[in-house]
Design a protein around this ligand. Structure first.
Ligand SMILES: [Zn+2]
Length: 481
C-alpha cells in the first residue's frame, strides 16, 4: 500500500503526505519529543505550535507504566489524538550501554500500545567507531530490523533506522539492506554527536549517501531538532525531524534561532515575535524562576522550529529552496562546507530538482552549483546552428547570436527571456565572484569545442578578458572598449 505521496519538489526537498493510523501528516515536519512521565509541554498543546505528530520513548513507558499503557494505549497516556511515533530505547542503549528488553519484546510492546510508527531496537554506533565494531553493530541492527518486519503486521508504520557510523560503505550498505527489508520511513541514526560538534560536512555526506540509495521514500533525520539545520537537511532530502532540543536547550537557558543558538544571559533583545518573545524581554526572563523561564524558552524554541518548517514548505512551493538554504548555511562555516558537497552529488540532485522554475536569484558563490547552471551548460551542447559563424557578446546592447552572462555562459538570443538564464537576477559582471565568470567561460569553451566546424566571434568587456586567454582555435576574441 502506498502510504505517502509527493506533492511538491524543489532541490531534493519535497512536500509529502504520509498516512498513519491516526491520520495524515504533511512533511517536512518535526515530531516534538514528549516525556511520558514529565511532559514538559503536554502533547495536546503541541498542535498549537504546528505539530502534526509527536514522538515518545516506548522503553520509558514500558519500564514505568507497562500495564496501564497496554490497557489505555499510548495516545491516551499522552493525551493526544495525533499520530504517535515510539522510539525503542536505542538512545538509552547508546547512553547506558544496555537495556533490559529484547528487540521482539519492545516491538510487540509498541504494537500493543497502538503506536503509529514503530522503531526496532537498532544499535546506534557513534561516529568514528572502528570499522569492525560498526559492521558488527550493523549486522545486529539488520537482524533486528528483519525480525521487526515479521512482527509488525498491523496498520502501524515501520521505521527502519540506518546505521553504519561515519563509514560511507556501511551507511550505503545499511540503506540498501533497509530497502530490501522494506520500511515506511527510514531514519538516519546516531548523528547527534556530529551535530553537537558542528561536523555538518559528515552529516551532509551521510544524508547524501543514504539518499543516493533510498531515492524516494521518507527519510527521518533522527535527533535533529535545531532549526538552523532544517532547510539544509530538507534540501538534501530529509522529510522528518524530531525535537528534544526545544526542551534540552531551554534547560540550559539556550535560545534557538535559524542562525544558531544564543545564550539568554548574553541577549539584550529578542529577534522573534512569537507569543513569548513579544510578551517578555530577555531581562524579564532572566529574573524569573528557573522553571517558569525554562518553559517559556522551550515554547519559543518550538515556535521558531515550526516557523522554519513553514518557511521551508513555502520555499518548496515557490521553488526558492536553494535561495533559502544558501542564506541559512551562512550561519556557520561548517554548514557552508557541508552544503558545498552537493557539487559531488550533482546527479542525485539533478534527478529531483524541477527543470523549470520562476526565477534564479543569485545569492553568492554557491548559486553556481545549482542544477540549473549545469543543465544550461548541457543544453548549449545540443543546439543546432544554421550558420557557420556565430557572434557572442557580453554587451546586451549589441546585436549578437548569443550573449555571455556570468554564471551561465553563452545564452542564445532567443533564450534571453526564458528560465534559467533569462529569469536570473545576477550582480553585474564587474561586481560578481570570479568563479561566476569562470563557470560561464567553462560553459562557453565546452560549447565551442563541441562545434569545431563553427567560427565564434567573441566581443567582451575587459572583466572577461583574463578568463578567455585560452580559447579554442575556432574562437576570435575582441575586447570592447
Ligand atoms: Zn520567540
Amino acid at each position: 500500500m502506498q502510504r505517502f505521496e509527493i506533492t511538491d519538489k524543489d532541490a531534493m526537498g519535497r512536500i509529502c503526505r504520509l498516512d498513519t493510523p491516526h491520520g495524515r501528516i504533511e512533511t517536512p515536519t518535526i515530531l516534538p519529543v514528549i516525556n511520558p512521565n514529565i511532559p514538559f509541554i503536554p502533547a495536546d498543546e503541541m498542535e498549537k505550535f504546528g505539530a502534526q505528530a509527536v514522538i515518545t520513548n516506548s522503553y520509558i513507558i514500558y519500564r514505568t507504566m507497562k500495564d496501564e499503557a497496554i490497557e489505555k494505549g499510548v495516545h491516551a497516556i499522552l493525551g493526544t489524538d495525533m499520530p504517535v511515533m515510539t522510539d525503542s530505547g536505542s538512545y538509552q542503549l547508546m547512553v547506558y550501554g544496555d537495556v533490559e528488553i529484547s528487540n521482539a519484546e519492545i516491538i510487540e510492546f509498541q504494537k500493543s500500545i497502538g503506536s503509529d510508527i514503530i522503531v526496532p531496537l537498532d544499535i546506534p554506533t557513534p561516529p568514528d567507531a572502528d570499522f569492525d565494531t560498526a559492521i558488527r553493530d550493523l549486522n545486529i541492527t539488520l537482524q533486528r530490523e528483519r525480525e521487526a518486519r515479521k512482527i509488525v503486521n498491523t496498520d502501524s508504520l515501520l521505521a527502519i533506522p540506518i546505521q553504519g557510523s561515519t563509514h560511507s560503505e556501511l551507511r550505503k550498505l545499511a540503506a540498501k539492506e533497509a530497502r530490501n527489508i522494506g520500511g515506511d520511513i527510514y531514519p538516519i541514526g546516531a548523528i547527534v554527536p556530529l551535530m553537537d560538534t558542528y561536523r555538518f560536512k559528515d552529516l551532509a555526506r551521510i544524508i547524501l549517501e543514504v539518499r543516493s540509495i533510498i531515492t524516494v521514500e521518507p527519510i527521518h533525520l533522527f535527533g535533529c531538532g535545531h532549526p538552523m539545520l532544517f532547510a539544509m537537511a530538507v534540501a538534501l532530502g530529509c522529510d522528518l525531524f524530531d525535537s528534544a532540543a526545544y526542551a534540552l536547550y531551554a534547560k540550559d537557558d539556550r535560545y534557538l534561532t535559524v542562525y544558531g543558538t544564543k545564550k539568554l544571559s548574553e541577549m539584550n533583545y529578542f529577534p522573534c515575535k512569537c507569543p513569548v518573545c513579544s510578551s517578555y524581554s530577555p531581562e524579564e526572563l532572566r529574573r524569573m524562576e528557573k522553571k517558569e523561564r525554562e518553559e517559556l524558552i522551550a515554547r519559543h524554541n518550538l515556535y521558531v522550529s515550526f516557523q522554519e518548517i513553514e518557511n521551508i514548505k513555502q520555499a518548496i512551493k515557490e521553488n526558492s529552496l536553494f535561495e533559502l538554504v544558501e542564506k541559512r548555511v551562512r550561519a556557520h562555516p561548517s554548514m557552508l562546507a557541508g552544503w558545498r558537497l552537493i557539487k559531488k552529488y550533482f546527479s542525485i540532485i539533478e534527478r529531483s530538482d524541477p527543470k523549470v522554475k520562476k526565477k534564479f536569484l543569485y545569492t553568492g558563490l554557491d548559486s553556481i552549483y545549482r542544477p540549473a547552471v549545469r543543465r544550461h551548460g548541457k543544453a548549449l551542447l545540443n543546439l543546432e546552428w544554421g550558420k557557420d559563424e556565430l557572434v557572442i557578446s557580453s554587451d546586451l546592447g549589441m546585436l549578437a547570436d548569443l550573449y555571455l552572462r556570468p554564471v551561465f555562459g553563452p545564452v542564445p538570443a532567443e533564450m534571453l527571456e526564458t528560465y534559467p538564464a533569462g529569469h536570473a537576477e545576477i550582480p553585474d559582471e564587474d561586481l560578481i565572484e570570479k568563479e561566476a565568470l569562470e563557470t560561464a567561460v567553462e560553459n562557453l569553451i565546452r560549447m565551442m569545442k563541441s562545434n569545431p566546424d563553427k567560427k565564434f566571434r567573441i566581443y567582451v568587456s575587459g572583466v572577461w578578458a583574463d578568463f578567455l586567454k585560452n580559447l579554442p582555435s575556432n574562437g576570435d576574441l575582441n575586447v570592447l572598449p
